[in-house]
Design a protein around this ligand. Structure first.
Ligand code: ATP
Ligand code: NCN
Length: 197
């Protein structure tokens, strides 16, 4: 787990990154800037519990590619979920809370993830443990804002103009950051055979 101190606000940005792409970098940059974060951690999952793992590149390769895509200035790339044998985001967030109680953390995800968030293990526990920032993604805006998560936690939404207070808010609290957007996806890149075999 990357280091941190009491003053730090940290975005937790989980992903398969299979492969990482400019859309991921835009999400990380948007969260850093709009939430005023000290750092953002790209947390490379050993495998999304909801996805087919057959097409996953090895974890070490995805970490190396994510390091090449992330900006070294305020971004860390880590794969501590594998080391701690944690599969679910709820358990990962609880682990960070337990090991780094001094950090102010925010879970960061794209609008497509928000649209299916209610299918995640203990999704309401996640929402009540950590503030959440959602970055818009082409094609996913409506599904995200009409999702069970958005409806269940409508009372806890913070307007994007006030997103910089999110790291200091008690969960449940979330914000939706509209634009700029990037339409890149790992699926499309794999289809275009951009990755060397
Ligand atoms: N272009 C994008 N715009 C906004 N969010 C994105 C974008 N690409 C990925 N994300 C978000 O980044 C996180 C990690 O995504 P992931 O690694 O699954 O990339 P992906 O392009 O969605 O992959 P795949 O096409 O294989 O599903 C998720 O929260 C996802 O919503
Ligand atoms: O905990 C869950 O049930 C869960 C279900 C789906 C996705 N996630 C997490 O969401 C993040 C994004 O996953 P992905 O595959 O869309 O890049 C990654 O950190 C996954 O571990 C977590």
């Amino acid at each position: 787990m990357p280091p941190g101190n009491r003053q730090m606000t940290v975005g937790l940005f989980g992903g398969s990154f299979n492969p990482p792409h400019p859309g991921h970098r835009l999400v990380a940059e948007t969260a850093l800037k709009r939430l005023g974060l000290s750092r953002i951690w790209w947390i490379v999952t050993p495998g999304n519990p909801l996805k087919d793992h057959g097409i996953l590149r090895p974890l070490g390769e995805r970490v190396a590619m994510a390091r090449a895509m992330a900006s070294p200035a305020r971004m860390d790339v880590t794969a501590f979920e594998a080391r701690y044998k944690v599969r679910f985001t709820a358990d990962m967030v609880a682990l960070v809370r337990a090991r780094r109680p001094e950090l102010r953390i925010v879970w960061v995800m794209g609008a497509d993830s928000m649209a299916t968030f209610h299918r995640w293990q203990e999704w309401q526990r996640i929402a009540e443990m950590v503030p959440i920032a959602v970055v818009d993604r082409p094609g996913a805006t409506f599904a995200a804002l009409a999702s069970p998560f958005a409806r269940r936690y409508d009372f806890a939404r913070i307007p994007q103009e006030r997103a910089s207070i999110l790291p200091y808010r008690q969960a449940p609290a979330w914000t939706f950051l509209f634009g700029p957007r990037d339409a890149t996806s790992s699926t499309r890149l794999r289809g275009e055979a951009v990755m060397p075999s």
